[in-house]
Design a binder for this molecule. Structure first.
Ligand SMILES: [Zn+2]
Ligand SMILES: [Zn+2]
Length: 270
């Protein structure tokens, strides 16, 4: 089973990603949360273009990716879990939860460390939010994330299956929590017990800095509760709140691929 998953990891990821993307895009069309201000064609072309570029780049730099790191760790008997002697199920669960904690901590570091914020602000400069915003990360951020993930996988000795599950879930959740999707209040409230909902993550994309400094989670909502970075809602309603960065309001500077790629090098107050 692990051999099959390892051999078909890329195919599994692409298949799940494609299915979840189509499902969420249809749901957004059916139950939109906000009226989008920027041409959807422009945003989709450029956000999807950046997503494709990142996929190609990561395969080039890390052909084996985090799953490869897990396979090497298992072969060599590296990592914390190889010493603990826990059962397979417990190791799987612990690995997934700990990897998610690392993603939360890394996201907070992206906001606090100036050089990392220059890279991460590409994600925040999107003037609208929808399923394609979940792909909108600068290639530098993708490379940094993958390097950290590979390091943590080796330190933990995370099993191959846990890494595949985590990667697939993380990708799907990034699409879900950026969705321009109206959930009922009850569904949103119940989901927030465990996972980050679109309303929760939208608050993090607010133009207001105090709202941006909240809701850093991508998968599990628990980290924001535990580290007291949770904010239930923005001051404005979700329909009226302003998204993006205060110093970058032009479509040409926020939503065109060349300017997104150049953004970390540009001097702005943001
Ligand atoms: Zn952020
Ligand atoms: Zn986001």
């Amino acid at each position: 089973m692990p051999e099959f998953i390892f051999a078909n990891e890329a195919l599994i990821r692409i298949g799940v990603f494609g299915g979840v993307f189509c499902l969420i895009a249809c749901a957004e069309w059916q139950w939109p949360r906000r009226v989008l201000g920027v041409s959807q064609r422009v945003r989709w072309q450029n956000n999807l273009g950046l997503g494709l570029l990142n996929t190609a780049l990561l395969r080039l730099i890390f052909p084996m990716a985090a799953v490869g790191a897990a396979a090497v760790a298992a072969e060599q008997g590296w990592g914390l879990f190889s010493f603990l002697g826990w059962s397979g199920g417990l190791v799987m669960g612990a690995a997934i939860v700990l990897l998610d904690l690392v993603v939360y901590l890394q996201h907070r570091a992206m906001h606090v460390i100036p050089v990392l914020w220059r890279v991460h602000r590409v994600h925040h400069a999107d003037l609208d939010l929808d399923v394609t915003s979940g792909l909108r990360f600068h290639p530098f951020e993708m490379v940094i994330s993958m390097a950290i993930k590979c390091g943590v996988v080796i330190l933990l000795g995370a099993p191959v299956l846990s890494v595949v599950v985590f990667e697939v879930v993380l990708n799907a959740m990034a699409l879900f929590n950026h969705a321009n999707l109206r959930l009922t209040k009850t569904v949103d409230r119940l989901l927030r017990w465990i996972i980050v909902t679109p309303d929760m993550h939208r608050t993090h994309h607010s133009v207001a800095v105090d709202e941006r400094d909240a809701n850093f989670g991508f998968n599990l909502a628990w980290w924001d509760y535990l580290f007291v970075t949770y904010r239930a809602a923005p001051r404005e309603t979700h329909e009226r709140m302003v998204l993006g960065l205060p110093g970058m309001r032009q479509v040409s500077e926020c939503c065109h691929l060349p300017s997104m790629l150049a953004m970390p090098f540009r001097k702005t107050s943001e």
